[in-house]
Design a binder for this molecule. Structure first.
Ligand code: SF4
Length: 150
């Protein structure tokens, strides 16, 4: 157990709107507390930093991590002050919130994997379940991701 590999999971509980089927801890219309949440998260990271040994993955999930400003994501990753060169570092991306500049920013802060959410390729169904994007938005995000060297 001594050399057990570890993964760090970071939860970002904010979304642009709440999907109708969603049971995750996530909130819409709470932009006013994002800054405070990130500050609290950074304190929590410092509190746990002694346990960050043998880490092989970092996963930033939600919620919608791509909804909040990329500067916050940078701050959070900087707070996890370990060598990330050989790690798999993932962020969840909602196609309705991704821009080219955001994806490029992720690339510049050592994120090397995206998880792009698509629940259906059927736009009618996407609307029915409360998703904020279309299938075409997903394709656009995928193409932007490839262009940004993901
Ligand atoms: S985007 Fe994801 S976390 Fe946010 S409400 Fe929809 S399913 Fe839930």
């Amino acid at each position: 157990m001594k050399n057990e590999e570890k993964g760090i999971y970071i939860h970002i509980p904010f979304c642009k709107q709440k999907c109708f089927y969603c049971d995750f801890i996530s909130f819409a219309n709470r932009e006013n507390i994002i800054k405070d949440y990130v500050q609290a998260l950074k304190k929590e990271i410092q509190y746990n930093i002694k346990n960050f040994t043998n880490v092989t993955t970092i996963y930033i999930g939600g919620g919608t991590p791509s909804f909040i400003n990329e500067v916050y994501i940078k701050e959070i990753l900087e707070e996890i002050n370990i060598d990330k060169k050989d790690l798999e570092v993932t962020i969840e991306v909602n196609p309705g919130t991704a821009t080219e500049s955001k994806l490029r920013a992720y690339k510049n802060i050592e994120i090397n994997r995206l998880s792009i959410g698509l629940q259906s390729a059927n736009n009618k169904l996407l609307k029915q379940i409360g998703r904020i994007h279309t299938f075409e938005d997903f394709c656009n995000t995928y193409n932007l991701a490839r262009k940004s060297r993901f």
